[in-house]
Design a protein around this ligand. Structure first.
Ligand SMILES: Cc1cc2nc3c(=O)[nH]c(=O)nc-3n(C[C@H](O)[C@H](O)[C@H](O)COP(=O)(O)OP(=O)(O)OC[C@H]3O[C@@H](n4cnc5c(N)ncnc54)[C@H](O)[C@@H]3O)c2cc1C
Length: 384
């Protein structure tokens, strides 16, 4: 590790920063990544063993081109690392026909040619007997859905970045950063380093930087839960896929059992506001489990849930639940990414590529106009 000037500094090495570091290093940029904790740590938003990946994108059809690229890049990461990181076990999505989710899926499938099947709740129950689908639900199967291993992916991005020459400052807390016409500098407890460009990927710690730009982000506390059951065999891949249910009680999702911990389940909706990410309540409160246990009882009658593990994490929610990505409107040499609103991980490889494009080339071919910061603060200069 040298203190000399870099082409790019990446501040924050969760999913997005580690992917950016990987792409920048592969392109031959002199790059340094800074992270206040260890790699794959459990204090941010990129931990909890797995993250769902899907092409069934009810949030917005414009995500599909980015997803297609992300799928290709997940494959490249697996090839380069020699590790299986993406398990395509399929995904079931279940909701009432008039729900935002089902309408969003119809819009997505109407706009893009994507493999999928649509079933009513009876047909779905015959095919997937572990599930009890609420009456009247429409069920979609996304054969390209599945999950990626979260911490392992971050670790592989970092290790391949290092193979390609990236420097790392781990367990270094950045106290301040500056950007002017000539470049940027970041000061940690130990040193100050300089670069031509800065990529800011500090997850929920970016909320105050976005607020200063008039872009409101709310941080939510989210709890992930794991359950074992005596009959765990029927809740494993390949007969048991990932799932997302839109119910009267909220949106719930989960993963097949692929480790001793059993099935992982969480509520996508809800979540208590977090004032300060450094003071997140990381304990398990009795009410954290109530709705999840009720959901499990209603949807998986054969599961006898025994909790084996839990983890607390944070969503960085934008008002429209779409990401924020682009040049910092007030600092030409800084690129900022955040507000991933609980669905960003699957895009990490392509977000990393875009961050590398923006910091090296100043522009990107990827269609990210709909993710610009100026949609919330129209006075901000176009940020792509
Ligand atoms: C419970 C949960 C479930 C989710 N499920 C899914 C899913 O199924 N599918 C999906 O696609 N997405 C999912 N997401 C969303 C996805 O995980 C996030 O969008 C993504 O991980 C965000 O990554 P990030 O790099 O922006 O943030 P983070 O992972 O928080 O990374 C930010 C990093 O910056 C570092 N940092 C901050 N400040 C400093 C500083 N001053 N100095 C040095 N380092 C600093 C932090 O330590 C941290 O490592 C989920 C999120 C959560 C919380």
């Amino acid at each position: 590790m040298t203190d000399s000037r870099y082409d790019v500094i990446v501040l924050g090495l969760g999913a997005m920063g580690s992917a950016a570091l990987y792409h920048l290093a592969k392109r031959g940029a002199r790059v340094c990544g800074i992270e206040r904790h260890g790699i794959g740590h459990e204090f941010g938003c990129s931990h909890g063993s797995c993250r769902m990946v899907r092409k069934a994108y009810f949030e917005h059809p414009d995500y599909i081109p980015l997803l297609e690229r992300s799928y290709a890049l997940w494959e490249t990461l697996e090839e380069e690392s020699g590790q299986e990181l993406f398990v395509k076990c399929g995904l079931l999505l279940s909701g009432m026909p008039e729900s935002t989710m089902v309408r969003g899926l119809e819009s997505c499938y109407g706009t893009h040619h994507l493999p999928h099947r649509r079933m009513d709740s009876d047909a779905a129950a015959k095919e997937y007997p572990q599930f009890r689908f609420p009456e009247g639900h429409t069920v979609y199967h996304d054969p390209e859905g599945g999950y990626v291993l979260a911490e392992a992916s971050v670790e592989q991005f970092i290790s391949l970045a290092q193979v390609n020459g990236a420097d790392l400052l781990i367990h270094e807390d950045a106290m301040a950063w500056q950007s002017n016409g000539v470049g940027v500098s970041v000061t940690t407890h130990q040193r100050t380093i300089g670069a031509d460009k800065l990529v800011l990927t500090v997850g929920p710690w970016a909320a105050s930087a976005f607020a200063e730009l008039g872009v409101p982000i709310s941080i939510l506390r989210k709890v992930q839960l794991w359950y074992d059951s005596p009959n765990m065999g029927v809740f494993r891949d390949p007969s048991f896929p990932c799932f997302y249910f839109n119910t009267d009680n909220g949106g719930f999702y989960g993963f097949p059992a692929f480790s001793q911990l059993g099935v992982k389940v969480a509520e996508h909706t809800g979540g208590d506001p977090v004032e300060d990410p450094d003071h997140l309540n990381r304990g398990l409160e009795p009410e954290d489990e109530t709705k999840v246990l009720q959901f499990l009882g209603e949807v998986f009658p054969a599961l006898e849930p025994r909790r084996t593990h839990f983890g607390v994490c944070m969503y960085s929610m934008t008002p429209d639940h779409h990401f924020l990505l682009g040049k910092h409107p007030r600092h030409e040499n800084t690129i900022i990414a955040g507000g991933f609103s609980g669905h960003g991980f699957k895009f990490a490889p392509v977000i990393g590529e875009i961050l590398a494009d923006l910091s090296i080339d100043g522009t990107t071919m990827h269609p990210i106009e709909f993710l610009g910061l100026d949609r919330f603060a129209p006075t901000l200069r176009s940020s792509t």
